[in-house]
Ligand binder design. Structure first.
Ligand code: ADP
Ligand code: MG
Length: 411
């Protein structure tokens, strides 16, 4: 009995182990393919080495990998497993073929339905849900078995006991490993991001400050040339071009400078109301131009110490992106600021083009931009500012549906 248990555990942690060894982030294209493949193998192995109870019944753990993939991956990922399970079951043949098919179909339809909610939960809730789903599956299985029993014998209860405990233990073990891996991946990602920010801020502080002065001087001289009478109007077109490019250079520097050590530190202890309203008013014309309607709600009384200019710039970057995402079709930009358990929460929701999972992971990398005129520095500055305040940024996005940024700043 113990040997079977141990060998089953080995099968079930095999996919997890391989992922840790061969993958170092979720960005790998083959990751989900890989997981489905090895989970299928571990499912088959579980069926080959079932628990043979002394009372003559057989219990196996085939639904553990199945449920895990269904919960984390949804219908798309678990469908191949569903097919493989039934093909393999067909090959073994024997009694209960139809029951097995019907049972797996019910599980296949029911469990992935939870997937969307499941992936949004936090670790503890996911653990609870996973174990509950496994137990429910087994209870359902035991119910279907009832048709084979005329009365509830001692054998039935023994079977029930073994089925439920092994499933709960094994899925709990697997879930805790998977969750740990996810948290390690995230930690590494955050660490890299923090490191990048650090390097950027050091570099940009020194460079951008030096460049700004010559730019201002050049701008001044060009303005003078523009009104000069000795230059003919055709050549003045070039001056216009030069000025335009200067303005562009300045916007890039503004993103940089605000991100770097602020020039004029202006620390305030406030609740963000002034900054929010300022930013909203600044961006109102830009929103109108792009057919974007701004819905604004403010209900926060918590105070926090922050650099006012930096905060304004950070909010501008965030809202500008949201408006730019809705450039094509317009839409509603909803900005909500509220308090939640000693946290100031800023929620910015747009109905724009949205981003894929991969694109969300790219956010905040220097020069990452999908826009022709983009600098790819805006989000970097947003992440920098918020991380200085020990805040967290959560991004929920769906391609062509929209994006929600939720920023939580502890007070
Ligand atoms: P830029 O705006 O100059 O391109 P950012 O750092 O501000 O640079 O943004 C980087 C990229 O992140 C954008 O090019 C865009 O692809 C993506 N992005 C940021 N915010 C949103 C959003 N609200 N909706 C869709 N994509 C976004
Ligand atoms: Mg931007």
């Amino acid at each position: 009995m113990l040997e079977t248990f141990l060998i089953n555990i080995l099968f079930l942690i095999l996919p997890v182990l391989l992922v840790v060894i061969f993958f170092d982030s979720y960005q790998n294209k083959f990751l989900s393919l890989y997981i489905t493949f090895f989970s299928s193998i571990s499912m088959i192995l579980c069926m080959i080495y079932p628990f043979k109870l002394e009372i003559g019944f057989i219990v196996d753990l085939r639904y553990v990998p199945f449920i895990l993939v269904a919960l984390y991956g949804g219908y798309k990922r678990v469908f191949p497993m569903y097919v493989i399970l039934n093909i393999y079951r067909l090959l073994i043949g024997g009694e209960g073929l139809l029951q097995s098919f019907v049972f797996s179909t019910v599980i296949f339809i029911a469990v992935p339905m939870l997937s969307k909610k499941f992936t949004g939960y936090n670790t503890n809730k996911r653990m609870m849900t996973g174990v509950t789903v496994a137990l429910m599956t087994m209870l359902f299985y035991l119910l279907t078995l009832l048709s084979f029993f005329d009365e509830l014998t001692k054998e039935y209860w023994t079977l029930a006991f073994y089925a439920l405990t092994t499933h709960a233990i094994v899925i709990g073990l697997n879930l805790s490993m998977i969750e740990k891996i996810i948290s390690n991946f995230n930690k590494r990602e955050n660490f890299l991001r923090a490191e990048r920010l650090h390097v950027m801020s050091e570099l940009s502080a020194s460079v951008s400050h030096e460049i700004r002065n010559p730019l201002t001087v050049t701008n001044g001289f060009l303005q003078l040339l523009k009104v000069s009478k000795t230059i003919n109007p055709e050549d003045k077109v070039y001056i216009e071009f030069a000025l335009k490019e200067l303005v562009r250079a300045e916007t890039i520097l503004n993103d940089y400078l605000a991100f770097a050590k602020p020039q004029s530190v202006h620390m305030v202890h406030s609740n963000l109301k002034e900054e929010m309203e300022y930013v909203k008013n600044v961006l109102m014309p830009y929103a109108k131009l792009n057919n974007v309607e701004i819905v604004y709600q403010f209900s926060n009384s918590l105070m926090k110490k922050y650099d006012q200019n930096q905060m304004k710039q950070c909010l501008i970057n965030l809202l500008k992106n949201a408006i730019e995402a809705m450039k094509e079709e317009g839409g509603t930009l909803s900005i909500r600021v509220f308090e939640q358990k000693k946290n100031i929460v800023i929620c910015v929701k747009d109905e724009g083009i949205g981003m894929s999972k991969e694109e969300v992971l790219q956010l905040g990398k220097p020069y990452y931009s999908t826009k022709t005129e983009g600098t790819g520095l805006g989000m970097l500055m947003v992440f920098g500012t918020i991380s200085k305040l020990k805040g967290k940024i959560d991004v929920q996005s769906k391609k062509s549906e929209g994006t929600t940024f939720t920023i939580k700043i502890p007070t």
